[in-house]
Design a protein around this ligand. Sequence first.
Ligand code: ADP
Ligand code: MG
Length: 289
Amino acid sequence: SIPAAVTSALASAARFGALIKGGAALEQLREIKKLAFDKTGTLTEGKPRVTRVVSVHEQEDQILSLASAIEMGSSHPLATAIIDETKSRSLTFSEATDIRVLTGRGVEGTVAGRTIKIVAPRYIDDKDLGEHKTTIESLESEGNTVVVVKDEENVLGLIGLADTLREDAIKAIRKLKSIGVESVMLTGDNRRAAAAIAGKLGIDYKAELLPEDKVKAVQAIQAQNKGAVAMVGDGINDAPALKTAELGIAMGRGSDVALETADAALTHERLIELPHMIQLSQNTARITR
Ligand code: ADP
Ligand code: MG
């Protein structure tokens, strides 16, 4: 039978916004020495905005319209941001066909007979980016994510997007550190933006990771770490890493896949509940021993 102290700990965690899926997860929480965070939607709000549109072979409006047609097939926060910007400029866009989501990379499809692809600049040949490479690098260094919109032949344009750090991220990371838990950021985003954001938080990071690279990164941390490793994420791309970590923690408004895979969830998406739930598990251990 479940000790009353465990039941009561799970109930009080649920009250402050931490859903812990059972006694085993509560046990694991106590052993956590390292927390790996996804960036977009986890450390940041996951509501990026378009900050720049750079015309290359098409005009700004056309870049946004073509991109939005394709992004309609993606549920990624970047897709929502691009579509919102297009609508706010009162632009229309047609329906795309054959949309394929390239998880952790981008999205592609056909609009008005053209094959349009939207991907991170690292998947584009330097010679196709030409003089625009420096624009990309400076936008990224300021913390922007840049996506390249291209057709079969040309780079049509660039879209820069930026997200906001969650209001309690710095405080949560500081608190975690004070209770002996180190944080690291694992992201699919570019390394310059990752460095800018990790710098604000004062933590280490690994960038440009595909979903399977996030798994390898968690395994590498597990190999050098004495305690248990927890992974916090919100996306489909995080699910394999959530499963690999001793404890997977999902954000409450994250994807269903992340929520199902995880051992715990932050129902109100408050990062400060992470140190709270670890402390709660430590206090419960004292009672049940
Ligand atoms: P994160 O780890 O930050 O949550 P993802 O793994 O979801 O990021 O995505 C990694 C990168 O792949 C993004 O920074 C972007 O460059 C590209 N990408 C992913 N999905 C899309 C999309 N729908 N449209 C454009 N680019 C995308
Ligand atoms: Mg994410």
